[in-house]
Write a protein of this length. Structure first.
Length: 376
C-alpha cells in the first residue's frame, strides 16, 4: 500500500461533514498538529510557521541563529564541531522538507495539484488498543461525574468525551463497574466506575525503547512514522511549535530520526549479505540520499550514544520467500533488524507491519512488545 493509498483509506473513514471541514481547513491553510490548529502555510518553497518563515542558510542557520546544537550535543556527547552541526542541520532540514508534503487523492482536485498537501494538515493522532485509566471513584465523586451528562454515571457520556466526537486523548473508550467496600464491615458496598481512554501511539513509542506497531491496511502506520520523523527533525532544528507536539513526550526530547523501508533493507541483504554491517550500510545510505557527505561519524556517534530513532517501515512488504540477488525473505530481514538492535541496545526503534502478516513465529523471533492500532 502506497502512502497515498493509506491516506485515502484514512479519509474514507471520515463522514461527509468531516471531509468538507477538512477540505475547508486545507483551503485556508490551517495546519492540524495533534489537537491544535496552528495555521501553518506553505509560502513558495518555505514553511511559514507561527514564528515566521523558516529558511536554513548555507551555513546551517535559521534567521542567523545556529541551530542543531542541542541534538548535536546528544549525538556526539559533546558540543558538535561546526562541520558536524552543519551536516546534521542539512540532513534534518532536507528530511523535514521531504516528509512535509504528501500526495493526496480523494479531496477536491484543486487541493492536489501534484505537490499534495502538508503532513501536519492531515495528520491525526493514532490510538492503540491499550487503555489508560483517566478517572475512577465512587458513583458520587466529582472527578467521575464530570464526564457524564447531568453528573449521572448511569447516563450518557458528555459529547466532549464521547468516542464518536472527542479526540483520541480525550475520548472515553471503556467504563468498568467496580464496587468499593466501606470501612465498616457491615456497610453495603458502594458502586463506582473506572474510566479509560486509549493509549496513543506516541505514548506507546515513548514507553518502549523498541516497539512493533501493528495495524490493518490504511490504519495510518506509515503516516505515523512520517509524522514522528518530521516532528523529530523539526525538534532537532530547535523549531518547536504546536505541530511538533508529541502527546506524552517531553518537548525537549530530541533524537536523530532515520526511516528505512524494510523492502529496501531486504534488497540490500540479498545483494550484500546478511549482517549487521549491511543494516548499518542501509541506514547510512538513507542519510546519504539527502546529499549528505561524511555522515558516517554522525551515524556511528548517534548509535553509540543512543541518540538515533530507527523507524523500520513495512515488514509485510517484504516477501515470504527470498529471491536470490533480489530480496531476502521476511524472517531473514527481521532477524537482521533484531541482531542490529541487539548490538545497539540503547537505540530506540519502531517497526511497522500489517497485523495479519505478523504471526507468532515472527513475534517470537523479534521479541519486542507489540502495540496494535485501534480501528477507530
Amino acid at each position: 500500500m502506497t502512502m497515498s493509498d493509506e491516506l485515502d483509506a484514512l479519509l474514507a473513514k471520515l463522514t461527509p461533514a468531516e471531509r468538507a471541514q477538512l477540505a475547508a481547513r486545507l483551503t485556508t491553510g490551517d495546519a492540524i498538529g495533534g489537537d491544535k490548529v496552528s495555521g501553518d502555510k506553505v509560502v513558495g518553497d518555505k514553511v511559514s510557521d507561527p514564528q515566521g518563515t523558516v529558511s536554513v542558510s548555507d551555513d546551517g542557520r535559521i534567521n542567523g541563529v545556529a541551530v542543531g546544537i542541542n541534538l548535536g550535543t546528544i549525538i556526539y556527547g559533546r558540543d558538535p564541531r561546526e562541520d558536524e552541526r552543519r551536516r546534521l542541520v542539512w540532513y534534518l532540514d532536507r528530511l523535514a522538507a521531504k516528509l512535509y508534503r504528501l500526495p493526496l487523492r480523494g479531496l477536491d482536485e484543486t487541493l492536489d495539484q501534484g505537490q499534495g498537501v502538508s503532513l501536519p494538515q492531515v495528520y491525526v493522532m493514532l490510538a492503540t488498543m491499550s487503555r489508560v485509566e483517566v478517572a475512577g471513584g465512587r458513583a458520587g465523586s466529582k472527578k467521575l461525574r464530570r464526564y457524564y451528562q447531568d453528573g449521572d454515571i448511569e447516563g450518557a457520556i458528555k459529547e466532549a468525551y464521547h468516542l464518536d466526537y472527542a479526540l483520541p486523548q480525550e475520548a472515553i473508550v471503556a467504563a468498568e463497574p467496580v464496587t468499593y467496600r466501606q470501612k465498616e464491615r457491615r456497610s453495603n458496598p458502594v458502586p463506582g466506575r473506572i474510566l479509560y481512554r486509549a493509549q496513543l501511539v506516541t505514548e506507546a513509542v515513548h514507553a518502549h525503547s523498541q516497539l512493533i506497531l501493528l495495524g490493518d491496511p490504511g490504519s495510518g502506520k506509515s503516516t505515523f512514522l512520517r509524522h514522528l520523523a518530521w516532528a523529530m527533525a523539526r525538534r532537532g532544528l530547535d523549531q518547536l511549535s504546536d505541530a511538533t507536539v508529541l502527546f506524552g513526550w517531553d518537548d525537549q526530547r530530541r533524537r536523530l530520526p532515520i526511516i528505512l523501508p524494510l523492502r529496501t533493507l531486504a534488497g540490500q541483504l540479498a545483494r550484500q549479505g546478511v549482517s549487521a554491517q549491511t543494516v548499518y550500510t542501509a541506514l547510512l545510505a538513507e542519510i546519504q540520499s539527502y546529499n549528505i557527505t561524511g555522515a558516517d561519524d554522525m551515524l556511528n556517534a548517534g548509535l553509540h550514544q543512543g541518540a538515533v530513532l530507527l523507524l523500520f517501515d513495512g515488514l509485510d512488504e517484504v516477501p515470504l520467500d527470498a529471491i536470490p540477488d533480489v530480496t531476502a525473505d521476511r524472517r531473514t530481514t527481521l532477524r537482521a533488524v533484531r541482531d542490529f538492535t541487539q548490538m545497539h541496545t540503547s537505540t530506540a526503534a519502531v517497526l511497522t507491519c500489517r497485523t495479519r502478516a505478523f504471526d507468532e513465529p515472527l513475534r517470537e523471533l523479534l521479541g519486542w512488545p507489540a502495540s496494535p492500532t485501534s480501528p477507530r
